[in-house]
Design a protein around this ligand. Structure first.
Ligand code: MN
Length: 250
């Protein structure tokens, strides 16, 4: 498939306004980590990394009614935990010298399919949890992010519509991403547990936001209505996380 079918690019006039110092959002989220939005931190073990499963940054029911507690329990306790467990088994066999998830994904095309799937699943889900905030703590989109999306895609509404189209067009299982690349914002989707950090992904860049469109992410509440899941998901998106990631994007 052509790259163009995956990518939607816009130049971001307002990108520069988001390049200020790091935001101090840890207190807002009740977290003590200095960087609550950092991707999964690996723990070093010899020349390898191992994946960990950090605690959910909110309660299972915190995303209700948009994402139900039962889905969150299964998704975090079973699906995500299994990806972490399997990724570490495969890493032990792989003998990679990669010491960060980014380095691992930068050479993932040389690794086994099993490692690719499970390392992607481990990283993507941690990123997903940290892309959302409790429904009771919903926020309006910050003005600078609104400006950046408007500059890139015409309007926030247009961006959301196109993002949803991409999510609906992803046949089977996968993810939809907003990424920063070379000073631009782009969005697109990846299959299975692939992500934009993978060296052979058709969509590449620094992930700013990711949406899980596997059926396990929404089927209990939404059944076949993926469009309703996507539309409601925006109510729990953590815009501050996007701004923070964008401020650190190269
Ligand atoms: Mn999932």
């Amino acid at each position: 498939m052509l790259r163009r079918q995956f990518l939607h690019r816009g130049t971001v006039g307002a990108f520069g306004t988001l390049m200020g110092g790091p935001l101090l959002l840890a207190d807002m989220h009740g977290l003590t980590s200095p960087d609550p939005f950092a991707p999964l931190a690996p723990s070093a073990e010899g020349s390898r990394i191992t994946f960990t499963q950090p605690p959910l940054p909110y309660a299972y029911e915190a995303l209700e009614p948009h994402i139900d507690a039962q889905t969150m329990r299964l998704h975090y306790d079973k699906h995500h935990a299994k990806y972490v467990e399997e990724a570490n088994k495969e890493l032990a066999l792989a003998g990679t010298n990669a010491d960060t998830p980014e380095a691992l994904f930068a050479s993932i095309s040389k690794m086994s399919q099993k490692l690719r799937n499970n390392a992607g699943g481990a990283w993507n889900h941690d990123f997903f949890w940290r892309s959302m905030r409790p429904a009771t703590n919903a926020q309006d989109m910050p003005a600078d992010l609104r400006e950046a999306l408007t500059a890139a895609f015409g309007s926030v509404q247009t961006f959301r519509e196109k993002f949803a189209e991409e999510a609906l067009a992803r046949f089977g299982s996968g993810w939809v991403w907003l990424v920063a690349v070379d000073g631009n914002l782009e969005f697109g989707s990846t299959a299975n547990q692939d992500n934009p950090l993978m060296d052979d992904s058709p969509l590449r860049g620094t992930p700013l936001l990711g949406l899980d469109v596997w059926e396990h992410a929404y089927y209990l509440r939404y059944q076949n209505k993926r469009a309703d899941y996507i539309s409601n998901w925006w109510s729990v998106v953590d815009h501050d996380a996007i701004v923070h990631r964008l401020s650190k994007a190269k």
